[in-house]
Design a protein around this ligand. Structure first.
Ligand code: BGP
Length: 477
């Protein structure tokens, strides 16, 4: 029987955001455009979603936001640093006003006893680097990222204990045109997905090197789903192992063991998708492995056997917010194909709701890697309604978090080292796929896709519930 009962005393309670999804002020105080400013302008024209120009206006309202975080009892806050705010051209001269924003933000957090947990990169590469050499497809990006990372890590060497490095590399591989600007001429070359990932592995290793130089801890934030076999047929079991190898362990083995997962890498080579690896790359990656795992967990996945002759497909999505409207599943002939899990309910966007899957992830990864873990994203995207009396009754979100926090507690009691819970998201923000229709926040932002209005902050029912949870250190769910 485990002697551990409940959450540790110094457990980090908070929530998360990312720069381009909350800040706005996309062209203010010298900030350069990022690829997300461009991608989201295009999405505005195509789908009518908001763009990133105002977002949740956090750039101007961060003090008000931090006061609300304090009121909820946060002891941590995960946010990301916009590279183009600090280096508008991606390299060269520092934009003083840009770095000052993060100095002010971090100071405000610390003054309120909230541990700042910055992410170095959350999808928003400076646009200037896309224009210069195509962005992440070029190996040139590694040295520019390293220079940016070194600058901010040293700038905040006395303030930051936990750095999260690159956000969701595996999701970038799956949804590469949404997360990176990829010129149309390159979009049929799928090997580039894994080449980008290799460049990110080198960039991430450089960041870890600097993080360790200043005595802080490094953790990659990966979008992570447990993957189950559709049935207990041996072929489906093997397919789910293949899917875990290529979608999950292929990243974690790099971060924590410094090598590519063998079966996944061999599969990519046979399929002509493997990255070009230069001499010395793997030694460099292996020399700079990470200290903790920042988990972005929303749902679990399911896989089944896939015949050799099937057509290769990449992950589909549901853009409409109507259940069952998935555009398709990732298929790797002879290796695995992803599919819906008939055992689980989903969100309106077809993301399976599976708190037990989170417990499975903690247990599996602790056994494999023996590293501390923190949740840096977990949440329910939903259509929230602002009622006529100015309230948001988001009990569906409370139910979702209650179950995921309970799963976290069970994992801790089973002996897993979980050090924090920072769900997505602190405030409503620009969804990567659905503008402001799909909301995640504890705090409502009164704006629509078409009209940013005043971005008034309104406490949702989940705000008051989370306040009680934090006050009781996770006992009162
Ligand atoms: C993660 C990203 C976040 C966030 C979240 C929800 O993949 O790290 O940036 O947006 O997913 O996704 P979406 O906004 O598409 O619903």
């Amino acid at each position: 029987m485990s002697k551990i009962k409940g959450f540790p005393k110094d457990f980090l309670w908070g929530a998360s955001t990312s720069a381009y999804q909350v800040e706005g002020a996309a062209q203010e105080d010298g900030k350069g455009l990022s690829q997300q400013d461009i991608i989201n302008q295009e999405r505005r024209e195509k789908f009518g979603h908001a763009d990133a120009s105002v977002a949740s206006d956090h750039y101007h309202k961060y003090k008000e936001d931090i006061a609300l975080f304090k009121e909820m009892g946060f002891t941590s806050y995960r946010f990301s640093i916009s590279w183009a705010r600090i280096f508008p051209k991606g390299t060269g001269e520092v934009n003083e006003a840009g770095i000052q924003f993060y100095r002010d933000l971090i100071k405000e957090l610390k003054d309120n006893d909230i541990e700042p947990i910055p992410t170095l990169y959350h999808y928003d590469l400076p646009w200037a680097l896309v224009e210069k050499y195509g962005g992440w497809v070029s190996r040139e990006v590694v040295k520019d990222f390293a220079a940016f990372a070194k600058y901010v890590i040293y700038e905040f060497k006395d303030d930051i204990k936990y750095w999260t490095t690159i956000n969701e590399q595996s999701i970038i591989v799956q949804y590469w045109t949404q997360k990176c600007y990829i010129p149309e001429s390159d979009q049929s070359n799928n090997q580039l997905r894994y080449q980008i990932n290799h460049h990110m592995n080198l960039a991430q290793a450089a960041a870890v090197k600097y993080i360790h130089e200043v005595g802080a801890l490094a953790g990659p934030a990966l979008g992570y789903s447990s993957i189950y076999p559709l049935s207990c047929k041996p072929e489906d079991m093997l397919a789910s192992l293949n899917a875990n190898d290529l979608r999950n362990y292929y990243y974690l083995d790099i971060y924590f063991k410094g090598h590519y997962t063998v079966a996944a890498h061999n599969y990519l080579e046979a399929a002509g998708l493997a990255p070009v690896i230069e001499e010395g790359d793997m030694e460099y990656i292996a020399a700079h492995t990470s200290d903790f795992f920042a988990i972005n967990y929303y749902s679990s996945d399911c896989a089944k056997a896939c015949p050799e002759g099937a057509e290769r497909r990449w992950s589909g999505y549901n853009l409409s917010g109507k259940k069952g409207d998935m555009s398709g599943f990732e298929t790797h002939p002879g290796f695995y194909q992803m599919c819906a899990n008939p055992e689980l309910d989903t969100t309106d966007w077809d993301w399976a709701i599976d708190p037990v899957g989170l417990e499975y992830v903690y247990r599996d990864l602790y056994t494999r890697y023996q590293i501390p873990m923190m949740i840096t994203e977990n949440g329910l995207g939903a259509y929230d309604e602002l009622t006529s009396d100015g309230k948001i009754h988001d009990e569906y979100r409370i139910d979702y978090w209650r179950d995921h926090i309970a799963a976290t507690k069970r994992a801790i009691e089973a002996g897993v080292e979980v050090i924090g819970f920072m769900p997505w998201s602190a405030v409503d923000l620009l969804s990567t796929s659905n503008g402001y229709k799909k909301r995640y926040g504890l705090i409502y932002i009164d704006r629509s896709d078409d009209d940013p209005k005043q971005c008034e902050r309104i406490r949702k029912d989940s705000f008051y519930w989370y306040q009680k949870v934090i006050k009781s250190n996770g006992e009162n769910l």
